[in-house]
Design a protein around this ligand. Structure first.
Ligand code: HEM
Length: 331
């Protein structure tokens, strides 16, 4: 499958038709977190996804256009302090970084009057699954079989056939180079949201943080000689030289566009506007506890931003809370 990567958004034939997937059965968040542990084991004290990561901080300044679209105080035009966490997808705290797998950038906007805006974005424009039921099945299919110590390939194949929504993310990852830097990736929100302005007008959007210095990947022939862990140190060295900047871009959906599917990007031709610039100015030391207490629950939104009814978005709060509860109690 060929993807067109254009200024951070992908357009590909399977997405144009905007496939819709049934909502599926609801999933108990405890079962979801158990399923992560089934794949990665119980890594005491670590996030059940995004286990390996590094905490950072910086500031965000919103644009005039953003202020017109949303009354959120993040878009006042004044600098807002932001706590940032970059991570590797999944629950393995030693996940090798010389491979094209998911990278995350989670943000906590520390807004006036103790308001917060939390989000956790990833470097693929589509998520693993369209529904919680499909996500659970995806994880369960990857639990190592006790007889072989490896996932059962027949179960993985059968799950892909039952849940075709699971095909988009691996196809995308296979089409791009592994991240050469946390500071040089696009990070998509993947879920849809609404911006609500002072007059109460609601604009459906999907967002992406685009690195101002461009995307950098590791060429496939260099992967074998790339260290398995380098991203945290690389980011620290990069930020020591100059702040790493990302443009916070909103893609404006039309009324009939699908915004409640995490595997269906908006049509590439939809207008994009800059909501502001995030500057990462400091990276914490390896193992710093600064971000430990934060659960980047993407449903913690400021006034002026509202969630779509994407079932994946809804399922995230419960799973993040269960994971946070387990890891902060030492499990
Ligand atoms: C049903 C779907 C999902 C489930 C069950 C799930 C589950 C989790 C869990 C359990 C954590 C660890 C939370 C903690 O201990 O603080 C986590 C972290 C994370 N998730 Fe998800 N997730 C889902 C969807 C998504 C989506 C759609 C995205 C991207 C848009 C995403 C991006 C991330 C990132 C970047 C982190 C690491 C955040 C950090 O640095 O603390 N997840 N996820």
């Amino acid at each position: 499958m060929k993807y067109l990567v254009t200024a951070g958004l992908i357009a590909a034939a399977p997405f144009v038709a905007a496939p819709t997937f049934a909502q599926g059965a609801p999933v108990d968040p405890t079962a979801m977190v158990d399923a992560f542990e089934g794949v990665f084991g119980v890594q005491n004290g670590f996030r059940r996804s995004g286990a390996r990561g590094v905490c950072a901080s910086g500031t965000f300044v919103g644009t005039k256009e953003a202020k017109g679209l949303s009354s959120a105080s993040a878009f006042s035009g004044k600098p807002v302090p932001v706590t940032v966490r970059f991570s590797i997808g999944g629950g393995n705290p030693k996940a090798p970084e010389n491979a094209s797998t998911v990278r995350g950038m989670a943000l906590q906007f520390n807004l006036p009057k103790n308001e917060q805006w939390l989000m956790a974005n990833i470097n693929t424009p589509v998520f693993t699954a369209a529904t919680p039921e499909s996500m659970l099945a995806f994880l369960q299919a990857r639990k190592p079989d006790p007889a072989t110590g490896k996932p059962n390939p027949d179960l993985i194949k059968a799950t892909f056939e039952k849940y075709p929504d699971q095909k988009a993310q691996p196809a995308y990852l296979a089409s791009v180079d592994a991240a050469a830097s946390f500071g040089a990736q696009n990070y998509w929100g993947v879920n849809g949201f609404y911006l609500v302005n002072a007059k109460g007008k609601k604009q459906p959007i999907k967002w992406v943080f685009e690195p101002v210095s461009g995307v950098e990947g590791i060429p496939k022939d260099k992967l074998a000689t790339t260290p398995t862990m380098f991203l945290n140190d690389e980011l620290r060295a990069r930020v020591a030289k100059a702040p790493v900047e990302f443009r916070f871009m909103a893609q404006l959906a039309d009324a009939n566009d699908v915004i409640n599917s995490a595997v269906t990007p908006l049509p590439a031709e939809r207008k994009k506007v800059s909501l502001g610039t995030l500057k990462v100015t400091k990276v914490e030391a390896e193992g710093s506890a600064t971000c430990n207490d934060i659960n980047f629950d993407p449903n913690v939104l400021p006034k002026g931003v509202e969630p779509s009814n994407d079932p994946i978005l809804e399922a995230r709060s419960g799973a993040y809370a269960v994971s946070q509860g387990r890891r902060l109690s030492g499990n």
